[in-house]
Ligand binder design. Structure first.
Ligand SMILES: *[C@@H]1O[C@H](CO)[C@@H](O)[C@H](O)[C@H]1NC(C)=O
Ligand SMILES: *[C@@H]1O[C@H](CO)[C@@H](O)[C@H](O)[C@H]1NC(C)=O
Ligand SMILES: *[C@@H]1O[C@H](CO)[C@@H](O)[C@H](O)[C@H]1NC(C)=O
Ligand SMILES: *[C@@H]1O[C@H](CO)[C@@H](O)[C@H](O)[C@H]1NC(C)=O
Ligand SMILES: *[C@@H]1O[C@H](CO)[C@@H](O)[C@H](O)[C@H]1NC(C)=O
Length: 387
């Protein structure tokens, strides 16, 4: 009997992610189904045992407080929503959530909804019904950002009201609530948008978007998601560690903080192919990748596949910032590889954080094009996270 009970406990420990391991929160961008060739991704590629949480991005909102379906074809007609939730049939402890907002959805609609108590109440009901209807286990709020990008100062308090009202509806039903938050380097940007203690008290976890610290807008090369500052940084706040410490100092419960890891790099077109160092002048973003088709972005699968195909890439490990960069001709990329994601998840563990998130699963080498196995980045970070 005792043996059986112990066995039962071990089984529980193995199958219950909160007991056995930290959170591995994997965002999936719904538009990855439109990428050409080997960039094409859909839920058939997802290993249901790899991540503890999957978050489908995105849904939006109408000003009247109804849920806006952003891509009816992918989400509804082709069953994007239901297919991600079906993965729980294979792994019942997998948590599937849906994310509301994102950069393109902007800030003003949320601002309008949340500044009116009755529209906000309608919104809360509609979100709850939406989540239940499609079988999600929770909602991730990704309002980018309260009181910024056209929002009003009252957004900060109204956001807390929205979260509390959602929580009152979601928690009794066993549904989770998280938020993706700006990792803006400045403490003032954090305090403009977020009442950190209130967010921490009322959310199940907080997804720190610790990336895009540097990009082509800077006019010089820089790392997308450095863990630590570089000695060339005049402002030492533009990195993951500074953001984490800033959120803890502002009152976040460390166990609710989820460290953001990008599975893509920021690319640059160098002003001169012979000036390839960190901080070198750039003309603008790098050329679009063949699958992401977006200037300035190189997904990890594009990076590793390009490096395999074209052997004249030079890779450099940036020891101060604990991330790699690489260059070839006039193209420069600052990114994350297996080594850097391992160091970051070890950091999350050492700091007692709740886990890590990746943006996004569909950018990893999910087809094993590069020979390190499927999902080499998520696998590497997971190896360093299991306690
Ligand atoms: C993924 O795409 C493939 C190829 O188009 C298709 O056969 C498969 O049914 C899709 N899977 C899902 C879950 O949509
Ligand atoms: C809310 O607005 C959307 C978009 O204009 C519209 O389609 C929907 O019918 C409206 N809902 C209600 C309940 O008025
Ligand atoms: C926000 O709501 C307050 C209180 O109802 C109101 O006074 C204010 O005009 C509203 N602001 C906007 C931009 O709608
Ligand atoms: C991490 O950030 C804190 C707060 O900004 C800073 O004091 C500390 O030196 C940083 N750690 C490293 C290794 O840079
Ligand atoms: C690398 O080469 C393979 C084989 O020709 C090709 O399928 C793949 O698309 C190439 N990768 C990139 C990023 O160009």
């Amino acid at each position: 009997m005792a043996k059986l009970a112990l066995f039962g406990f071990m089984l529980l420990a193995l199958s219950n992610p909160t007991l056995a391991q930290k959170k591995i929160v994997c965002y999936i961008s719904s538009w990855s189904v439109y990428r050409p060739g080997n960039g094409f991704f859909n839920t058939s590629f997802v290993d249901p045992n790899l991540c503890t949480h999957l978050i489908y991005a995105f849904i939006g909102a109408h000003p009247n407080g109804s849920v806006k379906i952003i891509d009816k074809s992918a989400d509804i007609s082709k069953n994007g929503f239901t297919k991600i939730n079906k993965l729980r049939e294979t792994n019942p402890s997998l948590v599937t959530m849906v994310s509301l907002g994102g950069w393109n959805e902007g800030s003003t609609t949320f601002s309008t909804i949340c500044n009116d108590t009755s529209v906000r109440a309608t919104f809360v009901n509609n979100l709850y019904e939406f989540v239940v209807e499609y079988g999600f286990k929770g909602l991730d709020l990704d309002w980018e950002y309260p009181a910024q990008r056209g929002g009003i100062p009252a957004d900060k308090a109204n956001y807390v009201s929205l979260i509390k009202e959602l929580r009152a509806k979601f928690a009794p039903a066993g549904l989770l609530l998280s938020a993706a938050v700006s990792a803006s380097a400045s403490a003032s940007a954090t305090s403009t948008s977020y009442d950190v203690p209130a967010l921490s008290a009322n959310l199940d976890f907080i997804n720190l978007m610790t990336y895009v610290f540097h990009a082509a807008r800077d006019g010089k090369t820089g790392q997308n998601s450095p863990l630590y500052a570089s000695s060339i940084d005049t402002d030492k706040r533009y990195n993951t560690n500074a953001t984490v410490q800033n959120w803890i100092k502002a009152g976040a419960d460390p166990t609710k903080l989820i460290l953001g890891i990008p599975l893509y790099g920021q690319t640059y077109t160098l002003s001169s192919s012979s000036s390839t160092e960190l901080g070198a002048n750039v003309k603008g973003p790098g050329s679009p990748g063949i699958w992401s088709r977006q200037a300035g972005v190189f997904m990890y699968n594009e990076i590793c596949s390009s490096m395999k195909n074209q052997t004249d890439w030079t890779e450099v490990w940036d020891a101060e910032q604990a991330v790699p960069c690489a260059y070839r001709s006039d193209q420069w990329v600052g990114y994350d590889n297996m080594k850097s994601v391992g160091i970051k998840s070890k950091y999350a563990l050492d700091q007692g954080l709740g886990g890590v998130l990746v943006w996004s699963l569909d950018m990893d080498d999910f087809r094993n094009l590069c020979g390190a196995g499927k999902f080499p980045l998520v696998t590497a970070l997971k190896a360093n996270l299991v306690v």
